[in-house]
Design a protein around this ligand. Sequence first.
Ligand code: FAD
Ligand code: FES
Length: 283
Amino acid sequence: MNSAEYIHKSKFLYQPVDCEIIDVIYLTPSEKLFHVRRMDGAPLGHLPGQFVQVSLLGWGEAPISVASSPIREGAFDLGVRRAGSLTGAMHQMKAGDILGIRGPFGRPFDLSRLFGQDLLLISGGCGLAPMRSLIQYCEDCPSEFGQISILYGAKSPADRLFKDELAAWEASARFACSLTVDNISGGDCYSGSVGLITALIPPLTFVPDKTVAVIVGPPAMYRAVIAELKKKGLPSDRIVVSLERQMRCGVGKCGHCTIEHLYCCQDGPVFWLDEIENLRRAL
Ligand SMILES: Cc1cc2nc3c(=O)[nH]c(=O)nc-3n(C[C@H](O)[C@H](O)[C@H](O)COP(=O)(O)OP(=O)(O)OC[C@H]3O[C@@H](n4cnc5c(N)ncnc54)[C@H](O)[C@@H]3O)c2cc1C
Ligand code: FES
């Protein structure tokens, strides 16, 4: 399927559909998880890696990745960092409040090319929210993939998203988890690794022609993580990145999200590295 087909699968290109917040879960001092369902009862119809445009009257609109597996129907999750006007207003909302949602939009993770492969799921900071959609999908369809390694880095123990799920993934035989934080302070109750996420890669053992790495995180993380993966022999056509750009329309009309000739909202946000590594300011 090409990128235009993902867009046209969405019936809600321009008009938001009302969605009710079912639950709001505290994740960190600056991030909350919103458990949301469409008021008309229809499923969102997303795939892991896609995003929606969230709107609130008077506050505008912002792209937010879907943080839950499409297999878990009935409701979907949005992990939201308080960054500005719309996300600040969302952080004041509670169960029963209504959001507008357009989408789902964008090119998802290519599950057909991940099928049968060993996966390195590498995320940093808020990147664990979109990655959670793929991790949950792996939990829901365990026979579709080979060995799955989850690598996650956060600034501090308190900044880690989905702490209960991280503990469950660490305890699960399905996943090999390597977790790290940049810094710890005296009062932190934490016994894991301390250091940058790049330090988690050299000890990994994987077969490059049977492995795909998926990276979602802050811009500074990509180059360093990709360099470590390449040192281990992983080629660009086996590395997937999910990129963020300033977006307005989300559907390839306004041109705010361009990376040279590509529209991040429509050709991405998920790209194979060999598609974008030679484009200016892509990473
Ligand atoms: C495809 C995609 C998926 C995203 N998924 C998530 C998600 O799951 N959870 C989440 O919390 N955020 C996500 N974001 C980022 C989110 O859309 C921005 O933080 C957005 O600006 C918040 O809107 P606001 O009105 O609260 O902030 P604004 O008031 O618009 O802006 C706050 C500040 O952030 C800057 N900014 C705006 N957009 C971006 C951007 N894309 N990257 C970096 N800086 C930006 C602005 O210039 C300003 O300085 C995603 C962005 C994209 C493009
Ligand atoms: S956000 Fe408008 S073209 Fe991509």
